[in-house]
Design a protein around this ligand. Structure first.
Ligand code: URA
Length: 471
């Protein structure tokens, strides 16, 4: 005899009532046992999408997702573990240099990552461009590698928050992905179950991100920070700009090459800047604020950890990355200034070239993507190359190139205002610079190519109390 009837639970949420803790725990448990059917879980996801969840409900929902599987035990590693999660963007390859960099500074980094869907890339797809590299690791392998190397990038094991695995696939096919409580609980359940000692979230905001505007990104960041605090996991979130792509490379192998440039002491200034800012956040979160990540990039120790991490997962860090058979280049139609370089069409063009997948399980091309030759705000001359698009499939190039052209607005007027790369931080009260009485982000070393985005910190606030969260 079941404690509840699935239809009653769905009806309650459909009619705008808050679900009780027992209903939530029963529903997700019954879903995993096969008592609740996929169509019933999809109906509840849609009711949550439409009506949101109160804070207490969301907290119970997240706990029930965690309880659907195992929790990793990372105790006894000899160094604190800190994880980072990005909500995804265009050219966002920060995880690649960041994980070995933070490990080189003394923390252990169990980076559980995902695959790309739609126009945003996924870390595992990028890493798989490296010949031989494996994403699927056992829990024993992860622990061993964290002890030996300090850094792991891998997929979530099937036993970690398995309810999320099933629900995410269902949401993907029922137009219920873009729900704030469902996104927050999906991300946080996996991160909490992963056993890390601290977590830093990079919440992207702008056309190339899930969250297109600041209020939505702020609400997501504040919600995830609260969920972390409730679970006893110290969590901070930074809001970072995704209106224009990060760096110059968009696509799997292209982004790996750019990440290696960063580890070698070069790379685009915005990628370096964000890597260092997130490294400082992560190190501060585990009491290592005395470590200097800029020094670990400069002296090659981060690169040493990268190579060891790739080898430990079967990869060859010296092997050449795959090169695309076909390419085409977009040229500037006139003299002028790149007034806008919009992240979303660039991501879409890379996806159309074969870098991304339309459905979970589709193959991606390691070689496909977009290499930008200029950034927003730069002056260009008629005929100058703006970007090159790469693919293994020549038929894909014309449509991808047309999409890429939509990303560029070239004119005579002044550029659209370029916002700061680092927008806000949650919670404000725990900001390391605030603790020192400052109101800006810690200064970061900027090097490499043209720096197009100033680093300033806008005042932001935590959200107190309980609030209903809507999709
Ligand atoms: N990433 C996740 O892990 N879950 C979501 O729901 C959205 C993005």
């Amino acid at each position: 005899m079941e404690a509840f009837d699935a239809v009653d639970v769905i009806r309650a949420k459909r009619d705008g009532h808050a679900l009780r803790a027992e209903q939530i725990h029963w529903f997700l448990d019954a879903y995993m046992r096969g008592v609740v059917a996929d169509e019933q879980a999809a109906a509840l996801a849609m009711a949550i999408y439409l009506n949101g969840m109160a804070g207490v409900e969301l907290s119970e929902w997240t706990q029930a997702m965690i309880a659907s599987g195992e929790r990793m035990d990372l105790s006894g590693l000899g160094r604190p573990a800190v994880d980072k999660h990005s909500t995804g963007g265009v050219g966002d390859n920060i995880t690649l240099p960041l994980v070995p960099l933070v490990a080189a500074c003394g923390a252990a980094v169990p980076q559980i990552s995902g695959r790309g869907l739609g126009h945003t890339g996924g870390t595992l797809d990028k890493m798989e461009a490296i010949p031989g590299w494996r994403a699927e690791l056992s829990a024993a392998h992860i622990r061993r590698q964290l002890g030996n190397v300090g850094a792991v990038i891998c997929g979530a094991s099937p036993t970690l928050a398995p309810a999320d695995r099933r629900l995410y696939a269902l949401r993907d096919t029922t137009a219920t992905v873009e729900s704030l409580p469902l996104i927050a609980s999906s991300i946080m359940s996996k991160k909490i179950a992963g056993g890390t000692d601290a977590l830093v979230l990079d919440v992207k905001v702008g056309s190339g991100a899930f969250m297109k505007d600041l209020p939505a990104a702020e609400a997501l960041a504040a919600t995830m920070v609260e969920l972390g605090a409730e679970a006893g996991l110290p969590t901070t979130a930074v809001l970072t700009d995704m209106a224009t792509p990060l760096g110059y490379a968009v696509g799997n192998g292209l982004e790996v090459a750019e990440a290696i440039d960063v580890l070698a002491g070069g790379g685009p200034s915005d990628v370096v800047e964000l890597t260092l800012a997130l490294a400082r956040e992560m190190l501060t979160a585990v009491g290592h604020s005395h470590s200097d990540p800029a020094a670990a990039l400069a002296d090659g120790s981060a690169m040493d950890v990268w190579r060891a991490m790739i080898r430990a997962q079967g990869g060859d860090p010296t092997a050449p990355l795959p090169q695309a058979r076909e390419h085409d280049t977009l040229h500037a139609p006139r003299d002028g200034v790149v007034r806008r370089l919009d992240a979303y069409p660039v991501g879409l063009a890379a996806w159309r070239a074969g870098a991304g997948r339309a459905r979970q399980g589709d193959d991606v091309q390691a070689e496909a993507g977009v290499q930008l030759h200029c950034r927003q705000g730069e002056s260009v001359r008629a005929g100058q190359p703006l970007a090159t698009i790469y693919s293994q499939t020549p038929q894909r190039l014309p449509r991808a190139l047309a999409t890429l052209a939509d990303a560029f607005d070239i004119g005579e007027a002044v550029p659209h205002k370029v916002g700061p790369l680092l927008v806000e931080r949650y919670p404000r009260s725990r900001h390391p610079s605030t603790a020192r009485g400052g109101s800006t982000w810690p200064a970061t070393a900027v090097r490499g190519t043209l720096r197009t985005r100033p680093t300033t910190f806008n005042e932001g606030g935590t959200r107190d109390g309980e609030h209903a969260i809507h999709g």
